[in-house]
Structures are given as structure tokens and as C-alpha cells.
Design a protein around this ligand. Structure first.
Ligand code: FAD
Length: 288
């Protein structure tokens, strides 16, 4: 199907893009176009104007400031996946980026685009949620920061206003004694496809016990969700396989699990527990 007709502007600067968004309430930003274009062709999105920021300079860097990583709006999935700084400081995000789509998608799509798009089955959304990232949004009115826990509102709906651009995501680096990991079951049985269910975990070990934990799920509900019950059950344990399995049993506590083409509520609940346990075990291994 063809999209409805629309205007197009290739912004040369961030200011030009922000002005175009402010002047056109029906406009949409485009970074990689990997999700926007298919949804326009399906006529699920029909923006009056597409503001392409793909040529805006200065948005394609991963900056390591010591205790956090800043991933710019035009950093592709492939760059996030292969960055040594991300692999060592935010492994769950690098792993989620590596498992996002196929090689073409990873070379065009962006980490910030996947986060802004807020698909219920996206990979990097769960990773930034578990890692406690902060989203930096800009508009002609200024800049604001949004905690990952407040960013994902509903299916394909984030806390971004229509005139805002997600200019970077700031990810706190896991320090000594901490580790993170991400894993999923992909829709066609493989890894490189949207998640039927997936989980990201961040764990800090201290003196042989779990001192802090954060676990986030994707694919099972209407948005990526923190599995607070799992983290609560895990902290204070020795992180043994039994302790992890017991904690992961609480994965879908408080989550409205959605049945869809890829699995029943029961199957998805089971997968959420399995992938939560796997991510936690991998994060503990990385921490120790
Ligand atoms: C065949 C295929 C397989 C895929 N498989 C997976 C998968 O396994 N896992 C997965 O997670 N994803 C998957 N995706 C989606 C892919 O990750 C997209 O790259 C991503 O969802 C959107 O990134 P983008 O940069 O292409 O954004 P675009 O398509 O350009 O934009 C998507 C949406 O986000 C908004 N947006 C984008 N960037 C910004 C910004 N900086 N600020 C504000 N709003 C913004 C746009 O306005 C639009 O609404 C797949 C896509 C395809 C086509």
C-alpha cells in the first residue's frame, strides 16, 4: 500500500528540524525510517510532514563521560551493538541492539528511534529501562530530561511531545561488582526479530549477595515494564540458581500479559519468567 501524500523536509540543523516540528503539529521526525515508513505505508501513521533529521550533524556520537554514556539520536543499532564502551558499560543495551532486526535494519535504524517509537516488542526499550537511562528531549521551548521509568506510556506512545526530538539517551554505566544482560525469544523462533518475550537485567553483587537489581520485560504487555517484584525478591539473596528461579517466578506480577499471534497469555508469562531468569543469571555472571 502507498502512504497518503505528505510533505518532506531534510533538515540541515537541529534548529531547522525543531522549527519545522513547532510549525507543523501533524509532522513526524524520521531518523532511520525503519518503523515510520512501514507504518505510513500501512496508513497507521499519516503525518502531513516528515522531518528527516538524518543529515543533521553532531547527533551520531556515543560519548563516554566516565560514569555515563550519551547515545546520540543518529547512532545506529549496529554502532550501539559494536561499541566497546556500550559493551563494557551497558552490556544489556549492546546485546539488545545486536538482537534488533536484521543487518539492514541494524545499519539504518537508530537506538533513539527504537526508544522513541516505543513498540511493545522492541529490544532496546527493555535495556534502557533496566539500566535506568534518562531521555533528553529538545523542542523550540528548550530541553528536558525524562527518566526511562516515566518515558514508556503505552503501545507506540512515549512521553515525548509531538514537537520534541529525542536528541540523546544517557545511560548510567554499570560499575565494579555490577553487570547487565538482555535476552529474548524472537517471533520467528530466532533471535533477530521482535520479541515474543524478552528481559533485561542489571545486578550489583556485594560480599556474595545481590545488593541491587533491576529487571525489565518486553513483548508481554502494552509497553516495556519494570518487573519490580523480581528485583525485590532477588535483593539480599546469594544469587544462586534457586534464588534466581524463585525471584523470576514473580516476573509478570502487576503486568497485564497480552495474548497475541505469537503466544497465549500462559505461554508469554512462562517465557517472561524464563528470560528474566536467564538475563539475571547472565548479569550476575558479568558482575562477578
Ligand atoms: C524488518 C524489520 C525488523 C525489525 N526487527 C526489530 C527487532 O527485532 N527488534 C526491535 O526492537 N525493532 C525491530 N525493528 C524496528 C527497528 O528497530 C527500527 O529501527 C526502530 O523501531 C525505529 O528506528 P528508526 O531510527 O528507524 O526510526 P524511524 O522509523 O525513523 O521512526 C520511528 C518512530 O519514532 C519517531 N522517532 C524516531 N526518532 C526520533 C527521535 N530522535 N526523536 C523523536 N521521535 C523519533 C518517529 O517520528 C516515528 O514515529 C524492525 C524493523 C524492521 C523494518
Amino acid at each position: 500500500m502507498y502512504p497518503r501524500s505528505f510533505e518532506y523536509v531534510a533538515a540541515a540543523s537541529l534548529d531547522e528540524a525543531l522549527s519545522a516540528l513547532a510549525d507543523n503539529p501533524g509532522a513526524k521526525v524520521m531518523t532511520g525510517g525503519m518503523s515510520l515508513i512501514p507504518l505510513m505505508k500501512l496508513r497507521l501513521f499519516s503525518p502531513s510532514l516528515v522531518v528527516d533529521i538524518g543529515r543533521v550533524p553532531g547527533l551520531d556520537a556515543i560519548d563516554d563521560s566516565g560514569d555515563q554514556l550519551a547515545i546520540g539520536a543518529l547512532v545506529r543499532h549496529a554502532a550501539t551493538a559494536s561499541s566497546d564502551a556500550v559493551k563494557s558499560g551497558a552490556a544489556a543495551l549492546a546485546q539488545a541492539a545486536a538482537l534488533t532486526g536484521d543487518v539492514q535494519v541494524r545499519n539504518r535504524g537508530t537506538t533513539c528511534g527504537a526508544i522513541a517509537h516505543a513498540d511493545i516488542a522492541a529490544d532496546q526499550t527493555a535495556a534502557v529501562l533496566a539500566l535506568g537511562a534518562t531521555m533528553v528531549a529538545k523542542s523550540t521551548s528548550g530541553e528536558r530530561e525524562i527518566a526511562a521509568a516515566d518515558f514508556f506510556v503505552d503501545t507506540l506512545t512515549s512521553a515525548l511531545e509531538p514537537d520534541e526530538i529525542l536528541v540523546e539517551v544517557r545511560v548510567p554505566k554499570t560499575g565494579a561488582g555490577s553487570g547487565s544482560a538482555y535476552g529474548k525469544l524472537g517471533r520467528r523462533g530466532g533471535q533477530s526479530d521482535y520479541a515474543v518475550a524478552g528481559a533485561a537485567a542489571v545486578v550489583t553483587m556485594d560480599g556474595g549477595n545481590v545488593a541491587a537489581a533491576s529487571v525489565a520485560l518486553t513483548g508481554v504487555g502494552t509497553k516495556p515494564t519494570l518487573a519490580a517484584g523480581v528485583a525485590e525478591a532477588l535483593v539480599g539473596t546469594d544469587g544462586s540458581a534457586e534464588a534466581v528461579a524463585g525471584a523470576a517466578g514473580r516476573a509478570t506480577e502487576g503486568v497485564t500479559v497480552l495474548e497475541d499471534l505469537y503466544g497465549s497469555e500462559e505461554y508469554k508469562s512462562h517465557l517472561a519468567q524464563v528470560y528474566a531468569a536467564r538475563a539475571i543469571n547472565a548479569a550476575i555472571a558479568a558482575a562477578t
